[in-house]
Write a protein that binds this ligand. Sequence first.
Ligand code: SF4
Ligand code: SF4
Length: 91
Amino acid sequence: MSERTYVTPVGDTGMYILDTAAWRVYRPVMDKSRCIHCGLCFSYCPVNAIQADGKDYTITYDYCKGCGICAHECPKEAISMQLEGSVKANG
Ligand code: SF4
Ligand code: SF4
């Protein structure tokens, strides 16, 4: 039996590597022109798929499951959930 590697997005142990993006149906897309840099999307994302760089927030898709929590919590409706394949990239 081959050895398995256990990691999570935050570097803990005890969880298999899974391509969680594989089962995403809807993709969060951020309209940065509407963003007021409140950080709520960053705080609420359960898998740390939103990165903060100073005041700038960016969605990364390696672990994003498309749960929509970020879009639901955004006070400016700057994040919309769009069907996978209908958009090319995060704004
Ligand atoms: S859709 Fe869910 S998993 Fe993806 S960035 Fe938003 S809160 Fe995180
Ligand atoms: S929750 Fe909305 S307004 Fe706040 S940082 Fe995220 S995208 Fe910007």
